[in-house]
Design a protein around this ligand. Structure first.
Ligand SMILES: NC(=O)c1ccc[n+]([C@@H]2O[C@H](COP(=O)([O-])OP(=O)(O)OC[C@H]3O[C@@H](n4cnc5c(N)ncnc54)[C@H](OP(=O)(O)O)[C@@H]3O)[C@@H](O)[C@H]2O)c1
Length: 332
């Protein structure tokens, strides 16, 4: 089988496509022939040794995908050869075949394309746990999503709407990203590229919400957008720190938290995958059901063949992603 390999930590462009041996599943494992792999910004961080988990070298990057079960190890029940599944792994999904713990292998709907199943992986899981676990989402909440044209942002916009939010406000930079966020399902869009973002975002959100503010902020961006969003929050609002796509880790001004009873929570989604796989499996089932009901529709802007994986990585690394980038394998 072919797989992308990182042989030394450093620039992601040093990664190579190589042929590797198939390995048989051990106890509790499932061998999956992947048809699509999810490409995410954190993959770049992993490849460059800048991520909290550093896989032993050499390794294949990639945290999610979808394909067909080829074989299962001892003790695996409920999944067998021929089943169509989505998978979540710490790394290893930029490959034609991947070994997955059975507990992070999820049956997908019969009519779901593999690339959609892959796209409904990491960013939708992150958005789901950000909203439901970290922000205690209620269907009356107004949700402000920063970086709304990116992967986590698009997923958060769509999930907040699908779960019943009456008002989802997207923060995105520039007209093209604003249009994309609307296409993804946002009710309103605020341009985060505006002058005086600090006052401007608060004023825009207050105007949209009749002075109420955002009950929930989902922030995969950080930097000055985070500081501005904090000022745009409602009383008893909940902010979730998802990432720092701007490259700037914000220092949060605690006086805002005190004055408006605001809670700020972080999320490290992969911890849920390791510590509470049953909750992650239940979330994946709900995400798939919302897709089947027509309430979620991941927008895949780049489908790239495995042989051309560097193009996919360049898009992901460039910070200009709209929606999802997916690697296609085995002719999905
Ligand atoms: N905590 C977790 O468990 C978890 C899980 C997945 C991802 N993440 C992290 O979440 C972040 C986003 O991931 P992603 O997959 O959504 O990345 P992505 O698809 O590349 O999207 C990032 C978005 O951030 C926006 N952005 C970048 N710089 C900005 C700035 N200076 N000001 C405002 N917006 C800016 C961009 O939109 P505009 O051009 O419109 O601004 C872009 O669409 C990354 O840091 C990633 O590592 C964390």
């Amino acid at each position: 089988m072919k797989a992308v390999f990182v042989e030394a930590y450093g620039p992601y462009r040093n990664a190579v496509l190589k042929t590797a041996q198939d390995t048989a599943p051990e106890e509790g494992e499932v061998l999956v022939r992947l048809m699509a792999a999810d490409v995410n910004f954190p993959d770049i961080l992993v490849m460059e040794g800048k991520y909290q988990v550093k896989p032993p070298l050499p390794f294949s990057p990639g945290k999610a995908g979808a394909g067909i079960v080829e074989a299962v190890g001892d003790g695996v029940t409920g999944i067998g050869p021929g089943d169509r599944v989505a998978v979540q792994v710490e790394y290893g999904a930029y490959a034609e075949k991947v070994l997955v713990p059975a507990q992070t292998c999820y049956r997908m709907p019969d009519d779901m394309p593999f690339d959609i199943a892959a796209a409904l992986g990491l960013v939708y899981q992150t958005a789901y746990f950000s909203l439901m676990e970290r922000a205690a989402f209620k269907p009356t909440d107004t949700v402000l999503v920063l970086g709304a044209s990116g992967g986590v942002g698009m997923a958060s916009v769509q999930l907040a709407k699908a779960l019943g939010s009456p008002c989802v406000i997207a923060g995105a930079r520039g007209a093209a990203n604003a249009a994309f966020a609307r296409e993804a399902g946002a009710d309103h869009v605020v341009d985060l590229g505006m002058d005086n973002l600090k006052d401007g975002l608060r004023d825009a959100v207050k105007e949209i919400t009749g002075g109420h503010g955002a009950d929930i902020v989902i922030d995969p961006v950080g930097g000055e957008a985070n500081a501005a969003a904090l000022r745009a929050m409602a009383w008893c609002g909940r902010m979730v720190i998802v990432g720092f796509a701007s490259g700037d880790i914000p220092a949060i001004r605690a006086n805002y938290l005190l004055v408006k009873n605001i809670g700020v929570n972080g999320i490290q989604w992969s911890d849920y995958r390791e510590r509470d796989p049953a909750a992650v499996a239940a979330a994946q089932e709900e995400i798939f059901q919302l897709w089947s009901a027509g309430k979620l529709d991941p927008i895949i802007t780049h489908r790239v063949a495995l042989d051309d994986f560097m193009t996919a990585l360049d898009v992901a690394a460039g910070g200009k992603v709209q929606g999802k980038v997916v690697l296609t394998l085995a002719g999905d």
